[in-house]
Design a protein around this ligand. Structure first.
Ligand SMILES: Nc1ncnc2c1ncn2[C@@H]1O[C@H](COP(=O)(O)OP(=O)(O)OP(=O)(O)O)[C@@H](O)[C@H]1O
Length: 733
């Protein structure tokens, strides 16, 4: 006996959650328990309908499905007693005859809201013309939607009347079933009807009896059904779904594409691209669980660039499955979640004196002093000490960081003679022999200082760790992991990739990478194949944005317009395919006269938001370009009577709206977001340190665009963009 829930369960009123859980827990134990009162209803349109007693005032409406193998209950929802009886009398569970997806429908005809008036377009002369319906312009008619896909006829009519993406998104919001809304989004995204049918498993079962219990149970297993219906594996899982509401939906109701990437076996490394909010992290987490559940329990590394994000992955993996086996130490069976630099440091620490061999190979010195990190001024100091022969434009810490991490470390260059000969593909700035010699002098000084103080920088630690694992493997040791999963792959530098390559042997499902090159805010463009990670045809894409409304997404994508991005295999990236399943207000743009004025306006905005009922203050955020601005906003708002919390490395805590840098906002999400100080000169920031090369400048500008894109896509519902003086050139209205 199982309980099958629908998404409605995650939308229960707070006061009802505990009781709903107790009811469903008992139901899955034994439906005949007397307190449950599972009873049929007189004159119900569907004889399988049952009601059950949740408490004195509330009743659940269920369908009882009986097959030779089991008796299952589908929970439709929970309502006050009289409403529940009314619902129970008229609802019917049956297969949609065309799509083969089970649907819960009213037997009585429904009243569908009238289509919204088509938005009007203002002509230059000031007159108004109506826009043509959008789906018709794409060549689709009601017949395609209803007869080929099986969409509800009234819903299809509404969809046909939509004249642009926003009005279509608001129609999608009212879809009678999730798959119907998503099919529309796919259609305007250019997916063919036959591909949509395949993706959602539609229309391949036309001969089934639409009312039989067996056919309905089979239908509930199809990809389209799994967007709305779910079998509950355990009471603990049920409790989590009920308690966490919409925010927990990702744990249960995967999109068919997401599901495929979670469970698919790959003949090697694979890569998943997708815009912000398309569920890449969701796939990484589910896939990590699926891999960890293989028998015997394998060793699974889940990693990403920053510690903050690794902590969030760790928390969410626990939320997804608190019982998942966890590895305590590197090399133990179970899931091991850690930031990539912390992983490198642990490998190096665990090696003890054994790290000397790797240090000899990478740095040319068999040091074992590897626990301290270089200060952020180390390159500037080395340039000051040993950079006299450098041409002025190369006196740049940015140049050295990149040269060291892209050329010197990955090639294990230890001496000047090696550096004079090394190929530097992909590096913009050309270096003749004299320049190379001058550059090497600085690198040698940097290394010498590191040795004196026993310090290494992060890329050095990663390279040492990679070399150590490779040396051990060459001596016959097994690599520490069976599977590696990487989130935010676009931010990793060559030495981190070398480390991850060294952490797992080449083989089936060895490395799974989620990435979005539009969100690269650290590091430089690289291609994976250079570091032994071969994707070869195992790259896939997610296009549906679950987080951001269509209106906010459109603005966020306008920030990327006109810039060239390429993915981790060097292919051009296109953002025009991303679509949102949600609709909301257009972003607000607030031009201010001065910073004081901007703070006044933002204080009013935030006061308004926090005064609304049902708003958890920590779901509101103000995102800023840097730490100074963060402090200014926190104190400026405090002076205006608005208490907000500046968040740096610590986790977000409940109770107050959050102020954080755009960098720190990576991977987070909020209901309402202000992008503060989006003015000329602030973003893009003045790029003083990138003057050594045009391509470095262009890359730095790309990262600035990405930063604004990352920040803009943190908002689930509302986005406001403010500035004082001139707006950033990236702001298009
Ligand atoms: N199948 C789903 N059902 C419901 N919500 C989902 C689903 N997939 C993703 N989401 C929600 O969408 C939001 C974005 O998901 P996620 O963080 O995985 O996206 P992402 O692609 O990693 O985003 P980013 O690159 O911006 O960090 C989250 O709130 C998540 O809960």
């Amino acid at each position: 006996m199982s309980v099958i829930i629908t998404k409605l369960v995650s939308k229960l009123e707070p006061g009802l959650k505990k009781k709903a859980f107790a009811f469903l827990e008992k139901l899955s134990e034994d439906p005949s328990l007397p307190g449950l009162h599972i009873e049929p209803i007189n004159n119900s349109a569907d004889p399988r309908v049952r009601t059950g007693r949740v408490d004195q005032g509330y009743r659940a409406v269920l369908f009882k499905l009986t097959t030779p193998d089991s008796v299952d209950y589908v929970l439709h929802g929970i309502w006050p007693h009289d409403d529940a009886i009314e619902v129970a009398q008229k609802v019917v569970l049956k297969l949609n005859p065309i799509s083969g997806v089970p649907e819960i429908l009213d037997a009585a005809p429904t009243v569908v809201p009238e289509p919204e008036a088509a938005p009007a377009e203002v002509t230059p002369a000031g007159g108004k013309t109506s826009l043509p319906p959008m789906l018709a312009a794409y060549g689709f008619g009601v017949k395609d939607l209803v007869d080929s896909l099986g969409l509800d006829a009234r819903f299809a009519e509404l969809a046909m009347a939509a004249t642009d993406e926003d009005s279509l998104a608001s129609v999608v919001d009212r879809a009678p079933a999730d798959w119907q809304g998503l099919a529309l989004i796919d259609l305007i995204g250019g997916t063919s009807i036959s591909d949509i049918k395949e993706r959602y498993g539609l229309g391949q079962h036309e001969t089934e009896d639409v009312h039989s219990d067996e056919a309905i149970i089979e239908g509930l297993k199809r990809p389209a059904s799994q967007l709305t219906f779910a079998w509950i594996e355990s009471n603990a899982e049920l409790e989590r779904v009920i308690n966490e509401g919409d925010f927990g939906a990702w744990r249960i109701f995967l999109h068919p594409d997401q599901r495929q990437y979670v469970y698919k076996g790959y003949n090697g490394s694979a890569r998943l691209t997708g815009g912000a909010g398309t569920g890449k992290t969701v796939v990484v987490l589910h896939r990590a669980r699926a891999l960890t559940r293989r028998m015997p329990t394998p060793r699974v590394l889940v990693t990403t660039y920053t510690t903050n994000l690794a902590n969030m992955l760790d928390r969410d993996l626990r939320r997804l499955d608190p019982d998942l086996p966890r590895a305590k130490n590197i090399g133990d069976a179970g899931a091991y979640v850690v930031g990539v630099d912390a992983f490198a440091a642990r490998v190096v620490k665990a090696a003890g004196p054994g790290i000397a061999k790797a240090a000899e190979a990478v740095l040319g010195v068999a040091t074992t002093e590897v626990s301290d990190r270089s200060p952020s001024t180390a390159w500037a100091d080395a340039i000051a000490v040993a950079g006299q022969a450098l041409p002025p434009q190369l006196k740049s810490p940015g140049f050295f960081e990149e040269e060291y991490s892209a050329v010197v470390l990955p090639n294990q260059i230890r001496e000047k003679a090696e550096y004079l000969k090394v190929r530097r593909p992909g590096r913009g700035v050309a270096l003749d022999r004299a320049k190379r010699t001058a550059v090497w002098d600085v690198i040698a000084s940097y290394r010498a200082t590191g040795r004196i103080y026993g310090r290494l920088d992060y890329p050095e630690v990663a390279t040492l760790a990679a070399e150590h694992l490779n040396l051990q493997a060459a001596a016959g040791a097994t690599r520490p992991f069976d599977y590696v999963l990487v989130d935010e792959g676009q931010d990793l530098s060559p030495s981190r990739w070398q480390l991850l390559r060294a952490a797992v042997a080449e083989g089936k499902d060895d490395i799974f990478i989620a990435e979005d090159s539009h969100q690269r805010i650290y590091g430089h463009r690289i291609t994976l194949s250079q570091y032994g990670i071969k994707i070869v045809g195992r790259a896939r894409r997610l296009n549906l944005n679950y987080r951001t409304t269509a209106q906010n997404l459109r603005w966020a994508m306008s920030v990327l317009d006109g810039a060239d991005y390429s993915d981790l295999e060097g292919e051009a990236e296109d953002h025009s395919k991303y679509r949102s399943a949600r609709s909301g207000p257009v972003p607000q743009f607030i031009a201010c006269e001065s910073v004081a004025d901007e703070l006044d306006r933002v204080a009013d905005l935030v006061k308004g938001w926090t005064s609304e009922t049902d708003v958890a203050p920590e779901t509101l955020a103000i995102l800023v370009r840097d730490r100074n601005q963060q402090e200014r906003v926190v104190s400026g708002l405090a002076e205006r009577g608005v208490t907000v919390r500046g968040v740096d490395n610590e986790a977000i805590r409940p109770g107050q709206p959050v102020v954080m840098t755009m960098h720190r906002s990576k991977g987070t999400e909020f209901s309402k977001v202000v992008l503060f100080g989006v003015r000329e000169g602030s973003i893009p920031a003045a790029l003083r340190d990138q003057n050594y090369d045009e391509s470095a400048q262009a890359d730095a500008l790309l990262r600035e665009r990405s930063l604004l894109y990352v920040a803009a896509t943190r908002a689930r519902d509302l986005l406001a963009v403010t500035w004082s003086g001139k707006p950033s050139p990236l702001v298009k209205r």
